[in-house]
Design a protein around this ligand. Structure first.
Ligand code: NDP
Length: 399
């Protein structure tokens, strides 16, 4: 049916590539392009021989001209950006110049400020609309499936949704005292930032990890979770009718938190460059270099993830509560595609989002967050491609 250019060859890209090959009726041809071409070639070697034709390329995604040349050469119908959030705008620029649809899983973040918000990407709305192309923002799990869950709840279960709590639990154990499950730099920037949530249309800011709750996750059990700022809060508060409060919680184990605090205290998580032996280095980037590569955690990680949303609102004038979630098993993911569940839960929705655009099931020129589209075909595809969802009408609530 179409051609996809996948940019990036890390943990999430690896899963997405596997899933494109499993969905070969839609993904007839893919090109894997990244900074380090040998990583793209390794994926090709592993998956070549199926129905999806695979090629590879080297690209510096910070360079718009290089991206344009690659797109003109391969002529994809969609570009799936699985590099880092820093590359979102250059890749969007290249898509605009070549009139190709765009998908990503994380919103733009400037390299020198750990602040993520949608304003930079939303500023492309008119230009994408005029060019007749669609940018689908945030097609991972959170953001991503959490937005699809919200659109589904709105469409089928509620007249208005007043409260959303997004709960992200990773109960996986990789056996290391400290490691991050996806890109360490992005992960640590996210969790060491101030927390925030939206109440009555206003952002309320908290100190990092200030708000803690214990939640009894289905199929996992009780875990400590902490309120974080998260990008989908911004778009969901605008796109879901009736929202009074929306919060995001993520679980962390005590060992992770103790190590993080210590690294923070000694200055290792700073993004301000320092002079070291005559060279400028960024402490957080140096830390990334000494931590385990998230891709290496796959064979070691045991346990499950549970990510979902609890909705409270009204249907036919009555109060209603509804919980939609997915449980994913690290070892089962590794057996299937050679990656742990955090990459899996992001890579599968990235493929599905691109498939929605390729098949024309979603077609809305402009720049859109995922909850702005019809959730039904995406929800069906989650069941088909390895992320089945479950629902409960009587969940435990978060106070
Ligand atoms: P990795 O660090 O494993 O992979 C990133 C890849 O991008 C690497 O292959 C890297 O190349 C490549 N890359 C980085 N900079 C450039 C550049 N300038 N030009 C070309 N390629 C580049 O990250 P993950 O796979 O863990 O994460 C990928 C994305 O997914 C991130 O944006 C992350 O924020 C997002 N994410 C989203 C989630 C969600 O639920 N929405 C959850 C988890 C992640 P090299 O191999 O040379 O380093």
């Amino acid at each position: 049916m179409g051609k996809a250019l996948i940019i990036g060859a890390g943990g999430v890209a690896g899963v997405c590539i596997h899933k494109c090959c499993q969905n070969s009726d839609v993904f007839e041809e893919i090109c894997i392009a990244s900074r380090t071409k040998s990583k793209c070639d390794a994926f090709k070697e592993k998956l070549d021989g199926g129905k999806t034709k695979i090629t590879t390329a080297q690209v510096n995604a910070d360079n718009v001209e290089e991206l344009i040349a690659l797109i003109n050469d391969f002529k994809p119908d969609v570009v799936i950006n699985l590099a880092l959030p820093y590359q979102d705008l250059t890749i969007m620029d290249a898509c605009l110049a070549t009139k190709v649809n765009y998908v990503d899983t994380a919103n733009y973040e400037p390299l020198d400020t750990a602040k993520f918000e949608y304003k930079w990407q939303w500023a492309y709305r008119e230009r994408f609309e005029k060019a007749g192309i669609t940018a689908l923002l945030g097609s991972g799990f959170d953001p991503g499936v959490t937005g699809v869950f919200s659109a589904y709840a709105m469409k089928h279960e509620f007249d208005e949704i007043n409260y959303i709590d997004i709960l992200d639990c990773n109960a996986g154990d990789h056996g290391y005292p400290f490691a991050t499950n996806f890109n360490p730099e992005i992960n640590i920037r996210e969790v060491s930032a101030k927390g925030s949530y939206i109440e009555n249309g206003q952002w309320v800011e908290t100190e990092p990890m200030e708000i803690k709750r214990v939640y009894n996750f289905p199929e996992i059990g009780e875990k400590d979770m902490y309120l974080l700022h998260h990008e989908e809060l911004e778009s969901l508060a605008l796109n879901i009718k009736g929202i009074k409060r929306i919060r995001f919680f993520m679980t962390f184990g005590q060992s992770y938190l103790t190590h993080l605090k210590c690294l923070e205290n000694v200055g290792m998580t700073s993004i301000d460059p320092i002079e070291f032996e005559g060279k400028q280095i960024v402490p957080l980037q140096f830390l990334k270099a000494v931590l385990p590569d998230p891709a290496s955690l796959g064979p070691r990680t045991k346990g499950k993830t549970n990510i979902g949303c609890i909705f409270i609102g009204k249907k036919d004038g009555k109060d209603k509560t509804y919980y939609l979630y997915n449980v994913c098993d690290h070892e089962a993911c590794y057996k299937e595609v050679g990656s742990q569940a955090v990459s899996y839960t992001t890579g599968v929705p990235a493929m599905i989002g691109a498939a929605m655009l390729l098949t024309g099931k979603w077609n809305k020129p402009g720049v859109h967050n995922i909850e702005e589209f019809d959730p039904d075909p995406f929800m069906d595809a989650l069941n088909e491609f390895g992320l089945p969802w479950k629902e409960s009408y009587n969940p435990d609530l978060v106070d």
